[in-house]
Design a protein around this ligand. Structure first.
Ligand SMILES: [Zn+2]
Length: 155
């Protein structure tokens, strides 16, 4: 004999009773191993769903629910990762500000060297707002040559 919640009113009723003493509904029975689809559960009241689950029944998740659980889990995981990283945030942001400064400096230097501008063009980047008069697309040979020269200079 087990006490389970009445499917209709939520009162605890023996599975061996003939009816719920409070509301007269049929006695609850164990729902172990039973499952219902989201569509089926949608036609049940909150109390009925709760009683069904308390009696061991499973309500399957819809695809949308599964998806939202995955999304929520994903954000909770990254929230935790971020929380653990908060100690490093100050030093990290200082370092990245430094890196940005360095990168800007490098870009600035590169823009003073016409060969480096040309190399940017070789990589398909257009550094010009308006292209200078007589501008031509860099050829493959020119790019290879430039690459060689600049590489040997950085060594
Ligand atoms: Zn009842």
């Amino acid at each position: 004999m087990a006490l389970l919640e009445c499917f209709e009113c939520g009162k605890k009723v023996s599975t061996e009773a003939t009816a719920c003493p409070k509301c007269g509904a049929p006695p609850p029975k164990s729902r172990k191993g039973e499952s219902i689809t989201p569509a089926q559960s949608a036609s049940m009241t909150y109390k009925q769903r709760r009683a069904f689950q308390k009696a061991g029944g499973k309500i399957l998740l819809s695809k949308a629910q599964k998806f939202s659980f995955i999304v929520i889990g994903f954000f909770m995981f990254f929230g935790l990762v971020k929380c653990n990283a908060t100690n490093d945030v100050t030093s990290e942001s200082v370092a990245s500000a430094d890196q940005v400064q360095k990168a800007l400096q490098q870009l600035d230097n590169a823009m003073k060297d016409p060969r480096k501008i040309r190399l940017l063009e070789c990589e398909g980047i257009n550094p010009w707002k308006t292209k200078p008069n007589g501008w031509t697309k860099p050829t493959k040979n020119e790019c290879a040559e430039l690459n060689k020269i600049l590489e040997s200079e950085t060594k």
